[in-house]
Design a protein around this ligand. Sequence first.
Ligand code: PMV
Length: 321
Amino acid sequence: MRATAVAHPNIAVVKYWGKRDAARNLPAVPSLSVTLSRFTTTTTVEWGVDAPADDVQLNGAPAAPAAAEKVARFLDLITNGPRPRCRVVSVNDFPTGAGLASSSSGFAALALAATTAAGAPRAPEALSALARQGSGSACRSLWGGWVEWRLGVAEDGGDSHGTPLAPPAHWDIRVVVAIVDGGAKKVGSTAGMGATQRTCPFYDRWVETAPADVAEGRRAILARDLERLGRVMEWSTLKMHATMLTTEPSVRYWQADSLRVLDAVDALRARGVGAWWTMDAGPNVKVLCAAADAPAVEAALRAVVPRVETLGVGGDARLLA
Ligand code: PMV
């Protein structure tokens, strides 16, 4: 059988960094995210093709061996036993592997398309827990709007999945993305997290303080309080990057232009424009602001880097007919 699914990437407003169980991909910290509009991953899975091996195509070319292997291992999770060869064709309409959360939309779309094509559909929570095993942040991309990824307590990770907190219509905000560098990141998130856990002297404090940040972020989202959300988002981001920077060897995703964008956001705030920034495992900067302020934010960011994209709040992952 064959199925096609579309998913949007999500950006964490309270961050995930660190695993309590690497084999099951269970997080050390809870997190909160907003699903982005417009950017999409579209993935078609053919379950059972007459071919000597799986065929994995990413953005119009055969996937690199490591990526193809990751997809194959993920497909293995769907059936408890042998599975047929599959063809997977996945396309992102935005930069891949550059800190724009392509793995979140990628594994959400793959989970939905593959389970449908295999004739083994899952309830949303179980689908989210499955997507989590491909990429942690993917468990938050099954839903649009604002999503919480709770730690869960079950040993098998069955209750560590996304939970929708508020739908897209709850709050019409904008995420203005300054694309500092669209190239692939230097250190993948799994390798970076592992190194942080092993070597960062502040890692335990990061883990201890994260639940309070999620509680604060949740309250801010439910109250539609942008300043409150912005403050905790920057705080969580700075703490996460502080642990990355103090990893041995240092995991430094920031570039000179990233810092110039942060200066531009400071200058906007000094002018009374409500704008707050976040960064992930890459040099690009995402700025949260009210819809009415997006043109001013966009102009300020464009003065630093040429490529700026303004996105709204996106919807659920879905199957295409
Ligand atoms: O889901 P992963 O393994 O790509 O890790 C995502 C980590 C961050 O993007 C840095 C933070 C987050 O919560 O999305």
